[in-house]
Design a protein around this ligand. Structure first.
Ligand SMILES: *[C@@H]1O[C@H](CO)[C@@H](O)[C@H](O)[C@H]1NC(C)=O
Ligand SMILES: *[C@@H]1O[C@H](CO)[C@@H](O)[C@H](O)[C@H]1NC(C)=O
Ligand SMILES: *[C@@H]1O[C@H](CO)[C@@H](O)[C@H](O)[C@H]1NC(C)=O
Ligand SMILES: *[C@@H]1O[C@H](CO)[C@@H](O)[C@H](O)[C@H]1NC(C)=O
Ligand SMILES: *[C@@H]1O[C@H](CO)[C@@H](O)[C@H](O)[C@H]1NC(C)=O
Ligand SMILES: [Cu+2]
Length: 786
């Protein structure tokens, strides 16, 4: 192309010798001049416009006295998550142990030894604030290559010379969480066997196939673990998994087909397709199902293949963008080494691979309030008439909650002006550390409502108005655990209160419509949204005025007193309310079940730390998410989460009780790895280091408006820690954002007392944007394979 074009220009140069060409050339030059003139005018106008906008400079990202440093430290402080460098060192160390025979992740199988997880072991509380404390990691290894397969947990000490520390712990092999190699193995086996044995029946029933299926595929979704205690085969290395089939069309959770296969695994053996469920009928095996089908002993189910959902992504005319927040003087907090510092608050944060979000060393104006505040477990128990819906009792740590804290989308998940922070962890599928980009966000947010305000026009000596906006500091992360998305946030208020909040979004799970109406309402052509609950357990290690704490309640009760002021003949009584302080001496006494008849405040304090009026300087724990666990105690999977029995339990803090649940909780019903009920004993809890275990929950009866993606309003629950006689007055009074209007004297004008009120003189700086996600698209969403 380029070459032939060159030859043509050569020819036209020779032709200019022709006189007629001069006329053409001058016309041509005239046109060029005109075009140039227009260009000059347009550029001049544009330049002028640009000059006008550029007078508004960009607001400072970070003010001079703050630091945002998101680099991994060389010498991580005690609460810092394992760094890339530390994870790499542990890998090298473990691979170098020849006797352990550890396989590379790419070659891992059920019958090999491979590393499942690495987790920071927190220092003993006594050593936590010493810089010389050695960092330690718990390394969980699945040892399927051993003659007697077992899960072993090793303690590794990250000294300059890395080494093992303490003794190892062995856990029964069949209690292990579901791993990716195992999961893939089971699904491949079940899908292949189903296709081979009953492929024709599936095609006839559901107009789709599991293999080579083009646009009409059958697949699986929302598998349900089936533990030995539920199957009634304890002590035999048994592990079951109900594998329900669905038509693969968005959202697949809502296209169930009432066909499921129970896969079982004994030790490290190949998974076996066991019991089969089809259209309300149970069969011993795939062959049994096929036999009975051929003998016309099965009532067939016919389901059309669902149509592609239509996404309305048309841009509306006159669309107006929603408001955004601006930080006119830059960020008012610092972040370094996973520690956030603001004018009021200081705390460290991290992500436990097993348990999810964790906060440490939470201080308000230097006062330690909480030593450790972390999610422990999420439980979701479904109900249904079919086996996979009914046995869907999830203990979410089975998939490692922390690993599913993924990239946050600016403008949706967190505001544009937030600071986005990466999370690093070890993954069973990689022999190098894995980083989830921008998985945590921190931001200050103006809630646009008063933190406090009062209008006193007739006050003495001067009428006044005083108030402050409710500006909060937020740390947020979101875990997508199969179908549900849980938004975890920690909200720090300027007045010394802090809130721990979780909201649910995502896609509801379903059963085929024949399971209704007892277990749910039909929400689309094929499915009922099945009844379930969501329970969350948090560890709150409070240190109020030191570690020596006591727990009391201020109960509100009826007070009946004689009415000495009545002139009636027969004496009458007056009814009002009174405060009755109740102290709790033991853990068992303090295991709390909410009772509407007994309103009370839950108070934590140090008995020797009184204010000048002799009130205990306390913090109050207020829950906005107490919920009744309906299932009876001791049945089915209920004993796996005894923490759902109590809305709050207060125990004496023990290093040997670091967590209320474990990643083994799904399958360890035969012999619990962690039994929370045993935390609650006759131990004294007066003047001791205390931990409050707080359970939040909701009952969820799905409705059509939970489709296509469940909205968050009404699905948010939280608990607050509130200062209670801890400070002499609201400790945020008089600080920065306060405004007071008053007269100085009878003749002076109304005066404004405020730090800075001038208008915005800068434009918001460039922030992380949705477009930035396109730079590494596959980190964010896998490419489609078909
Ligand atoms: C090491 O593990 C592999 C499986 O990953 C196994 O085939 C081999 O026998 C094991 N070697 C020893 C010495 O146990
Ligand atoms: C199973 O899948 C293969 C691949 O698509 C297909 O050829 C076969 O017909 C299917 N059904 C059976 C019964 O094997
Ligand atoms: C698993 O295998 C072991 C040893 O072969 C056997 O004793 C046990 O009964 C099996 N368990 C089940 C549930 O089949
Ligand atoms: C709730 O408290 C009331 C009043 O103390 C008591 O009568 C009732 O039995 C309690 N309910 C439960 C479920 O404990
Ligand atoms: C239960 O597990 C513990 C260790 O976690 C072990 O010492 C004990 O023997 C086990 N009990 C049974 C009945 O298997
Ligand atoms: Cu739900």
């Amino acid at each position: 192309m380029g070459e032939s074009y060159g030859i043509m220009t050569g020819r036209s140069v020779r032709k200019t010798k022709d006189p007629r060409c001069w006329q053409l050339l001058s016309l041509f030059l005239g046109i060029i001049c005109l075009i140039l003139l227009i260009t000059v005018i347009v550029l001049a106008v544009q330049k002028k416009e640009k000059e006008q906008t550029s007078t508004l400079y960009e607001c400072k990202q970070v003010s001079d006295q703050r630091i945002i440093d998101l680099r991994e430290p060389e010498n991580p402080p005690n609460f810092h998550d394992l760094t890339r460098n530390e994870i790499a060192r542990i890998f090298n160390f473990m691979f170098a142990q020849e006797t352990l025979n550890i396989t590379q992740p790419s070659k891992a199988s059920l019958g090999s030894n491979y590393i499942y997880a690495m987790e920071l072991i927190l220092p003993n509380k006594n050593d936590a604030f010493q810089s010389s404390t050695t960092r330690k990691s718990l390394v969980t290894v699945f040892e399927g290559a051993n003659p007697n397969p077992v899960v072993t947990e090793y303690c590794v000490e990250l000294k300059s010379q890395i080494q093992f520390c303490g003794s190892t712990r062995s856990i029964t092999f069949s209690f292990r969480p579901i791993t990716i190699p195992e999961y893939v193995f089971i699904l491949d086996t079940v899908i292949a066997e189903a296709n081979k044995t009953v492929g024709n029946i599936l095609k006839e029933s559901y107009h789709g196939t599991p293999i080579n299926c083009g646009k009409t595929c059958l697949g699986v979704e929302n598998v349900s673990p089936f533990a030995a205690v539920i199957a009634g085969v304890e002590g035999q290395n048994y592990r079951g998994l109900w594998v329900p089939f669905v038509q693969l069309m968005e959202p697949r959770n809502l296209h169930p087909v009432d066909f499921a296969v129970l896969a079982t695994i004994n030790g490290t053996s190949t998974p076996k397709a066991d019991t089969v469920w089809y259209n309300g009928q149970l069969f011993e095996s795939l062959d049994d199902f096929k036999d009975k089908w051929e003998k016309n002993q099965v009532s067939p189910l016919k389901i059309d293949f669902p149509k592609m959902p239509i996404h309305e992504d048309v841009i509306k005319e006159n669309y107006q963008r929603p408001p955004i927040e601006v930080e006119p003087d830059g960020k008012r907090y610092s972040i370094k080494d996973q520690t956030v510092t603001s004018d009021h608050w200081k705390f460290s944060f991290g992500i436990s691979p097993t348990h999810g979000p964790q906060l440490y060393d939470i201080r308000y104006k230097g006062n330690l309030i909480v030593y450790e505040l972390g999610l422990q477990e999420i439980c979701v128990f479904y109900s249904s008439s079919e086996p996979f819906g009914r046995f869907a009792n999830y203990f979410d740590s089975v998939v490692m909650i922390g690993h599913y804290m993924k990239t946050l989308v600016p403008g949706i998940d967190c505001p544009y002006h937030a600071t986005f922070i990466d999370a690093t962890f070890m993954s069973e599928t990689s022999n190098t550390p894995v980083t989830n980009k921008k998985a945590i966000c921190v931001f200050e947010h103006n809630t646009a409502s008063p933190l406090r305000r009062h209008h006193a026009p007739t006050e003495t000596p001067s009428g006044y108005f005083e108030g402050a906006p409710n500006v909060v500091l937020v740390l947020r992360m979101i875990a997508t655990l199969v179908n549900y998305d849980y938004i975890f946030e920690f909200i720090f208020y300027q007045n010394g209160a802090m809130e721990t909040k979780v909201s649910a979004s995502g896609i509801i799970a379903s059963s085929f419509k024949s399971a209704g109406p007892k277990y749910g309402f039909q929400v689309n052509d094929q499915a009922i949204g099945t009844l379930h609950n969501h329970f969350f357990n948090f560890k709150v290690d409070l240190d109020i005025g030191g570690t020596q704490n006591s727990y009391s309640t201020y109960n509100v009760e009826v007070d009946e007193v004689p009415n000495a002021f009545s002139k009636a003949d027969s004496s009458s009584n007056w009814f009002q309310e009174k405060i009755v302080k109740v102290d709790y001496a033991t853990e068992r006494e303090a295991a709390y079940m909410f009772n509407f008849s007994n309103p009370k405040y839950h108070i934590f304090y140090n008995e020797n730390n009184l204010d000048k009026y002799n009130n205990p300087k306390a913090y109050r724990l207020l829950s906005k998410g107490f919920v009744k666990k309906v299932l009876p105690e001791g049945v089915g999977n209920e004993p796996g989460s005894p923490w759902t029995r109590y809305q709050m339990a207060v125990t004496k803090r023990k290093e040997i009780e670091p967590h209320s649940s474990s990643k083994f909780a799904t399958y360890d019903g035969e012999n619990r790895t962690v039994n929370f009920e045993a935390f609650i004993g006759e131990e004294n809890i007066k003047n001791e280091d205390l931990v409050a275990w707080v359970t939040l929950g909701v009952h969820h009866i799905p409705r059509t408006e939970d489709l296509p993606i469940m909205p968050t309003p009404g699905n948010d629950i939280s608990f607050l820690l509130l200062p209670f006689n801890y400070f002499p007055e609201d400790p945020s009074v008089g600080t920065g954002d306060n405004i007071r209007l008053q007269y100085d004297n009878p003749s002076s004008p109304l005066k404004i007392m405020a730090q800075k009120l001038n208008d915005l003189t800068c434009k918001p700086p460039k922030t992380y944007s949705v477009e930035d996600l396109l730079k590494e698209p596959e980190m964010f969403i896998d490419r489609p394979t078909i």
